[in-house]
Design a protein around this ligand. Sequence first.
Ligand SMILES: Cc1cc2nc3c(=O)[nH]c(=O)nc-3n(C[C@H](O)[C@H](O)[C@H](O)COP(=O)(O)O)c2cc1C
Length: 213
Amino acid sequence: MFTHEEKDAIYKVIEKRRDIRSFLPDAVPQEAVARILEAAHHAPSVGFMQPWNFILIQSDELKNRLAWAADKERRALAIHYEQDERAAKFLNLKIEGMKEAPLTICVTCDPSRGGSHVLGRNSIPETDIMSTACAIQNMWLAACAEGLAMGWVSFYKKSDIRDILEIPPHIDPIALVSIGYTDTYPTAPILETANWEKRRALEKLIFHEKWRK
Ligand SMILES: Cc1cc2nc3c(=O)[nH]c(=O)nc-3n(C[C@H](O)[C@H](O)[C@H](O)COP(=O)(O)O)c2cc1C
């Protein structure tokens, strides 16, 4: 079904994709944005409900207001990180990145899409959010394949984002993603390089037949 090169390419993109915090001002080509959104829209979703919407934001005024909402949350969280300046620094970097990136996409989830009986969603209602996360991961991989950088921001009060982007109360703003070019595409997660966390040993995460076996 896939050639060796094609197979290698997909694993390469999965491995190379990184969460990016600094961006160049160069515009993102419209065709690349269209392909990234097409990739998102091909994600799996519970009962095929496709709960996502994508708000494309290029206005500096809105980007600054979104960055303000994230910064407000960063300051609220700072109390947890009083002993650790690095945490504050990492969160701050992301906020600068939000202002720098030429494009921000707010990815939302509409839990009411598909009505009250979305196939397979009844036992685990969060499957709509899980589906939206699948779409975001597709965007991340597509952006990487396009040579573009993407950063995921999730620290904000949803009410702030709803107010700024005029999102109705029943719609969930799942992510703010910054997209653009970068001259610093790291080979390992930034939090790993900074000795914050390291990749866990996969063998220890795999069990056989029963938990911890
Ligand atoms: C659901 C989700 C939410 C995230 N939210 C944030 C965030 O608010 N701020 C941030 O700096 N990074 C955020 N990240 C990025 C992670 O920090 C990053 O994926 C992780 O450190 C691993 O690095 P890598 O993506 O380069 O492999 C988020 C990632 C995910 C999957």
